[in-house]
Design a protein around this ligand. Structure first.
Ligand code: GDP
Ligand code: MN
Length: 387
């Protein structure tokens, strides 16, 4: 789960990280009031969407009066901002963040993430701040510093200073930076984060280290331990199909292909996606309805699949173990009636109550292409969308 910049800054600030003062605003008048409340000659107004690249896309502006803050907020709010991270459809700006402006001398990059290769949390840092870090990594990998944090030692000040020196930090900045890393690591562990990214981390003209931007992502499986963070979920920023799937406790991941797949069990889902690709088509999603799905859940899954207009064919591949094939068939029939099925539907099922399941489908009046096995199912659905 991702959160907004101002929320990430609030969390990091609570753990002692240096962040500028600021206030979120949902209306232009609130933005003007926020400018006045800061009581500074200059402020920065920033669009709050779950995507970076706002600066280049015109979503960040330095303002010098409450009126200017109001005007820029009015221009942003309700508008769609397209950045290199949003995709061409962009994101609607529903809130801005008004924060005190900083005088920037240097922009650095600082991140912390679960590093699967190292099996630890790693610090990623670079002197090339304020830029697209993926691009820096691709073009000038030598400018990326990666340091795993040994969980038994924690974020030691030795490691903090080592990274600070590698970034060319001097004097008081070195200890400020090491202390920031300590706060960041504590925040990372205690919130079950999977990523914290500060881009840019700046050195101000008066020599202070400051987090000018912040992004945090959390491990969904840890969210039950953090009701306060779970509250920050913003459904406007999520794929509506994934939000709907989460309501029914379905494991659903949206992909770019055109074959909708409904499967029970993550392993079988992966195998189904593989075999669809093997026969030359692309899966539109990963969807695991789980072991003990009831009719309602199956129907919801089917509706979610078909809500994706790119889906040109559906492949249902079920192995009835705990899941019974008649329950599945009932769910499919109900959902197909609700949605007025227009694309070819291929069903392969095997296992518990398979005969009853086949009978329900056969008597439903819905056009179902029955498949003998997985390969047959994948072949038939690929042929059906080409026909
Ligand atoms: P992003 O483009 O979505 O990653 O948004 P950022 O928060 O990183 O802002 C983009 C850029 O705006 C930064 O790299 C800075 O160069 C600039 N910026 C943001 N806040 C300030 C500020 O207070 N002072 C100055 N001088 N520049 C700022
Ligand atoms: Mn940024």
């Amino acid at each position: 789960m991702n959160i907004h910049e101002f929320q990430a800054k609030q969390i990091l600030g609570r753990f002692g990280a240096p962040v500028p003062k600021g206030q979120p605003a949902s209306t232009a008048d609130e933005a003007a009031a926020a400018f006045k409340a800061l009581g500074q000659p200059k402020a920065v107004v920033k669009a709050q969407i779950h995507a970076g690249g706002r600066g280049k896309a015109g979503g960040v502006k330095l303002v010098s009066s409450a009126d200017e803050a109001r005007d820029f907020a009015a221009k942003l709010l309700g508008k769609t901002l397209v950045t290199h991270q949003t995709g061409p459809q962009g994101r609607v700006v529903r809130r801005v963040y008004v924060e005190e402006a900083s005088q920037v001398a240097r922009e650095l990059y600082l991140g912390m993430l679960v590093d699967r290769k190292a099996g630890m949390v790693s610090v990623i840092a670079s002197t090339e701040g304020g830029m697209d870090i993926e691009e820096v990594a691709a073009k000038t990998p030598e400018k990326i510093i990666t340091e795993p944090i040994n969980p038994l030692l924690g974020m030691s000040s030795f490691l903090g200073r080592k990274i600070a020196f590698a970034l060319g930090l001097k004097d008081k900045q070195v200890n400020q930076f090491a202390s920031l890393l300590g706060s960041m690591y504590k925040a990372f562990l205690e919130t079950d984060a999977s990523l914290v990214e500060i881009n840019p981390l700046v050195v101000t003209q008066d020599g202070k280290v400051l987090c000018l931007d912040a992004k945090m992502s959390f491990d969904d499986n840890g969210l039950f331990r953090h009701p306060d963070i779970r509250e920050l979920r913003d459904p406007n920023e999520e794929d509506p199909a994934e939000t709907e799937a989460a309501k029914y406790d379905l494991s659903y991941v949206h992909l770019d292909g055109n074959i909708g797949c409904m499967v029970n069990g993550a392993g079988l889902a992966m195998a189904t996606m593989d075999i669809v690709k093997f026969y030359g088509a692309e899966p539109a999603n990963f969807l695991d309805v789980g072991g003990g799905a009831n009719t309602e859940k199956v129907a919801a899954a089917f509706r979610i699949l078909l809500s994706d207009e790119r889906v040109k064919g559906v492949l249902i591949n079920i192995f009835g173990g705990i899941m019974r094939c008649d329950v599945l068939a009932q769910g499919v029939v109900e959902a197909a009636r609700q949605v007025n099925l227009k694309v070819p539907l291929v069903v392969r099922m095997e296992g518990t109550n398979v005969e009853q399941g086949k009978k329900i489908l056969a008597e439903s009046g819905i056009k179902v292409i029955a498949a003998a096995d997985m390969a047959d199912a994948a072949r038939r659905v690929t042929e059906a969308i080409r026909a």
